[in-house]
Design a protein around this ligand. Structure first.
Ligand code: CA
Ligand code: CA
Length: 271
C-alpha cells in the first residue's frame, strides 16, 4: 500500500464507478464504511529534477512540472533554511529550487542558485590580500581532506582506488615533515614552493570529484555546489574566489581555469 495511491471511496461512489462499466483491475478491500482501491501510481517511480514534481496528464502519463513553492514540505528546523544568490532566505532548498523552476526562462531564474546553507547573513567583503591568501589555505585544506580519506582508507578500505591510494601514500609520507594543524600563510607559501608536487594531486583530484554531471572537464555552478555551499558561510572569500576563477566568464570553471586558480602550472593531468 505504501507504494500505491490509496483512494478512499464511499460505497455509493464505488457503485457509481462499477455501474459506469469502467474496466478496473484495482484491488478492492471491503471495509465497513469504505472500499479502498489501490491504484499503482506511475509517479512513484518517475523521477524529476530538483524544483519539479511529477504530475499525471489527462492520459495518465507522468511528466515533470514546476513545483508550487508553497507546497514544499516545511522546514523541520533552522538547519533546513538556505540562502539564495538573490540574498533571500528560503525556508528549504525545495522552496528555492521550486522558485527557480517557476522563473525558468527569465534572467532572474537563470541567476538564482543556492548560495549557502542556513539563513542569509552578513558576509564581510573579501579584501584583496585575503583573496590572494585564499588559494593557499584552500590548497592546504584540499590536501588535508585527501590525507584524512587516506587514513580512513587504511582502516576500512573503499574510500580510494588502488591508484589513488598509491598517489596519496606519497603525500602522506612527506606530509609528516609538516605537522598537521593550522599553518601560517608564510609557512604554507614556503611549503608550496618546496613541496609543489604534493599539492598538484589534491587539486586535480577535487576537480575530478566535482566534475561528474556530466564529466566534461568543466564545472557548472551546480557541480561546484557540494564544495562551495558549505564553505561560503565559513570562508567569506569563497564566492569571489570561484567567480574570479571563471576568468573567461562563461559561467563554467574549466580544468585549466581551476588549476591556474590554485597556482598549479599546466602539465600532465593526473586523475
Ligand atoms: Ca562537468
Ligand atoms: Ca570559464
Amino acid at each position: 500500500m505504501s507504494k500505491a495511491r490509496a483512494v478512499l471511496m464511499s460505497e455509493e461512489e464505488l457503485e457509481a464507478l462499477v455501474n459506469t462499466g469502467e474496466d478496473t483491475d484495482d484491488e478492492k478491500v471491503h471495509g465497513n464504511l469504505f472500499y479502498v482501491v489501490c491504484v499503482a501510481d506511475p509517479c512513484d517511480t518517475f523521477r524529476c529534477k530538483r524544483g519539479k514534481t511529477c504530475k499525471l496528464d489527462d492520459g495518465n502519463k507522468p511528466s515533470c512540472v514546476c513545483q508550487v513553492p508553497s507546497e514544499c514540505p516545511p522546514s523541520l528546523n533552522e538547519l533546513d533554511h538556505v540562502c539564495g544568490t538573490d540574498n533571500k532566505t528560503y525556508d528549504t532548498s525545495c522552496e528555492l529550487f521550486a522558485t527557480k523552476c517557476n522563473l525558468e526562462g527569465t534572467k532572474k531564474g537563470h541567476r538564482l542558485h543556492l548560495d549557502y546553507t542556513g539563513s542569509c547573513k552578513l558576509i564581510p567583503p573579501c579584501l584583496d590580500p585575503e583573496l590572494i591568501q585564499f588559494p593557499l589555505r584552500m590548497r592546504d585544506w584540499l590536501k588535508n581532506v585527501l590525507l584524512q580519506l587516506y587514513e580512513h582508507d587504511t582502516t576500512s578500505p573503499g574510500f580510494l582506488t588502488p591508484k589513488q591510494r598509491l598517489r596519496v601514500k606519497k603525500i602522506f609520507e612527506s606530509e609528516r615533515r609538516l605537522h598537521a594543524g593550522d599553518h601560517s600563510v608564510e609557512l604554507l607559501e614556503r611549503d608550496f614552493e618546496k613541496n609543489y608536487h604534493m599539492y598538484i594531486y589534491p587539486v586535480h583530484w577535487q576537480f575530478a570529484q566535482l566534475d561528474q554531471h556530466p564529466s566534461d572537464r568543466y564545472l557548472s555552478h551546480s557541480e561546484l555546489a557540494p564544495l562551495r555551499v558549505p564553505l561560503v558561510p565559513m570562508e567569506h572569500c569563497t564566492s569571489l574566489f570561484f567567480q574570479e576563477c571563471d576568468s573567461d566568464k562563461d559561467k563554467q570553471v574549466s580544468f585549466k581555469e581551476w588549476t591556474s586558480c590554485f597556482g598549479i602550472k599546466e602539465g600532465t593531468v593526473i586523475f
